[in-house]
Ligand binder design. Structure first.
Ligand code: PPS
Length: 572
């Protein structure tokens, strides 16, 4: 194995094969079994291949896994805080043979590396949950145990190529490239600031102060592999970081992207990140202030405080070879027109702060982010990403029995929205979808759910693109209606409209003669007759075609959209 020694962080294990050898491995691999890596696994492999996880030269085996979980040391005694395993299901495990190679591929089937199978084993997942989360009970532990496959394959890897990234290529330097850059810049000390949040003025000021105090260069090193639920997507974040960069003195800061996945692994994850940064040639790692209830894992990830992470890194400073720098919690002293450390605030100071929730709220309302809080370029990027509701796409999802008037009302709404203008409007009527998208499906619960999921997928794409999707299927089942809401919500607005016309009225009208056929048993599984309809308890709007005209029903929906801020009152 090739070892690259530099003054910036010790030996770096390089696992990428050169051109000829890579071609040879590709050639040899034709008859090998393959493992298609998931995103998280691909992140781990990329870190291994670039040497960011040095001295690891592959995925861990059973002895290392057990030892790391229990003692934070590899079986050979070296400090290592978290297991790095290649987890696989039983079917894949059964196909592998110890001593034989396997090809590791990305989602598109591109071969990234070979792995020499040394061991196929069943890691003790309970011990791993304890190591990762500090406990084996509770919702996060249950989620971890549910999503983690039972087996793992261990062995050294040899890289054929790094995963391909089409975005921000110039910002993806490997540990060796970064070390060379630091050497070129003459940075003898490097403070790493690893974050998965947006940087605003307070964070910029705190990191600048910390780097200046140390006489270090500052590496802004955001995690872009897989971030925590609730994080701003990495494309937006990176554009924001690029906006922040010019606000540091030119000699002080550089930006690079870390292709790691946030594991939600508590304080031990902070230790792993310290190792990763040492390998990238950094001498110091910045850890953020505690903030009120702030957690490193981000929303949805297991809660542990920055103080706990700090404590862990301090306790293992000798093992890590990286020193820790606690960032000051800075607040804006409006009367002094500058940031001060929270502890410096005097009695007469008018101190301002804003939480991430307040920022989100302001973006949703379009009420603006004050200049003291962030940089104009960052605000512009965030506002582009979170347009006010007036410019967002939305889905109006009608549900109701056959003959309840869904199509008539949906079509009326379509025309009114087109008359208002501003957005494209697509109508996904039940009959049309059945003809063009779901022609092979019947009316079993399974098929109906699949039909609704397809509608939900199309609606979410239309919504994402800023358009309006009006859907009008029966959608008799509650759980799949919820699924569609969840699918659409991250893309824009979602309004569920229950067309609650009583079945007697639908049946009396019976425009298509379906109810008569259903009663006669000619049509089976007919909703409301021989198949269930689950009344939605979570409808945002309820209309009843036996109590109001289609025009009035359309008005109800439009009023709701106005109240929610998606459209402005007619005539405005
Ligand atoms: S679902 O349950 O949401 O997938 O149904 P949907 O795609 O909206 O299709 C409903 C239309 O199909 C006709 N049809 C039936 N409906 C319910 N049950 C059974 N068994 C059935 N067989 C055919 C019916 O005409 C529905 O049209 P609408 O426009 O709702 O009356």
């Amino acid at each position: 194995m090739d070892h690259l020694i530099t003054p910036y962080g010790g030996a770096l294990v390089a696992l990428l094969a050169g051109g000829e050898r890579a071609a040879e491995i590709r050639e040899l691999s034709r008859g090998w079994p393959s493992i298609d890596l998931e995103r998280r696994q691909q992140c781990d492999l990329e870190l291994l291949l670039t040497g960011a996880l040095s001295p690891l030269a592959g995925f861990m085996g059973g002895a290392d896994h057990a030892s790391v979980c229990a003692t934070m040391r590899l079986a050979g005694g070296r400090f290592w805080p978290l297991p790095v395993t290649l987890d696989i299901d039983r079917t894949t495990a059964d196909r592998l043979v110890v001593g034989e190679p396997v090809a590791l591929r990305d989602a598109e089937g591109v071969m990234l590396a070979s792995l020499e199978v040394e061991e196929v084993f069943e890691p003790d997942r309970e011990a791993e949950a304890l190591a990762l989360l500090g406990k084996t009970d509770g919702a996060e532990a249950a989620r971890f145990l549910r999503r983690t496959p039972p087996c793992a394959v261990a062995g050294t890897v040899e890289g054929v190529q790094l995963p391909v990234h089409h975005d921000f290529r110039e910002l993806r330097l490997t540990p060796a490239e970064l070390r060379r850059m630091f050497a070129r810049l003459g940075w003898r000390r490097v403070l790493a600031y690893q974050t998965h949040r947006t940087i605003h003025r307070a964070e910029q000021a705190a990191t600048e102060r910390a780097a200046q105090a140390l006489g270090a260069g500052l590496l802004i090193h955001p995690v872009v592999g897989m971030s925590a639920p609730g994080d701003v997507d990495h494309y937006t974040r990176v554009r924001c970081y690029q906006e922040v960069l010019p606000h540091y003195p030119a000699y002080l800061a550089r930006l690079n992207l870390l292709p790691a996945a946030v594991r939600g692994g508590g304080a031990r994850e902070a230790l792993l990140h310290a190792i990763i940064h040492r390998n990238h040639g950094c001498s110091h790692l910045a850890v953020e202030h505690d903030g009120a209830g702030a957690v490193l894992g981000g929303p949805g990830a297991p809660g542990f405080t920055h103080a706990e992470a700090r404590e862990a890194v301090t306790a293992h400073a000798a093992d890590l070879g990286v020193e820790l720098v606690a960032l000051d919690e800075l607040v804006w002293a409006d009367n002094r027109r500058r940031f001060i450390a929270l502890g410096e605030a005097a009695a007469g100071d008018r101190v301002l702060r804003m939480t991430a929730d307040e920022v989100r709220q302001r973006l949703a309302e379009g009420s603006g982010i004050p200049d003291w809080f962030s940089f104009p370029g960052v605000v512009r990027e965030l506002e582009r990403r979170h347009p006010v509701r007036r410019s967002q796409g939305f889905t109006v999802f009608f549900t109701g029995l056959s003959g309840s008037g869904k199509s008539t009302i949906a079509n009326g709404l379509r025309v009114k929205l087109l008359e208002l203008g501003g957005r494209g409007v697509s109508l996904l009527d039940g009959d049309l979808v059945r003809k063009h998208l779901s022609s092979e499906l019947g009316f079993s619960k399974e098929h109906r759910d699949l039909n609704i999921r397809r509608i939900g997928f199309v609606a979410s794409e239309i919504t994402r693109g800023g358009g309006v999707a009006i859907c009008a299927p029966i959608a008799p089942y509650d759980s799949v209606r919820h699924e569609v809401r969840e699918m659409v919500r991250p893309c824009g607005g979602f309004v569920l409209v229950h067309v609650a016309t009583p079945i007697e009225v639908c049946e009396r009208r019976d425009r298509k003669g379906m109810y008569a056929k259903a009663r006669a048993g000619i049509i089976k599984e007919f909703t409301g007759v021989s198949d269930p309809y689950e009344v939605p308890e979570d409808a945002d709007v309820r209309v009843d075609a036996s109590q109001m005209t289609p025009d009035e029903a359309v008005r109800e929906v439009l009023s709701h959209l106005e109240r929610e801020g998606y459209i402005s009152a007619e005539g405005e």
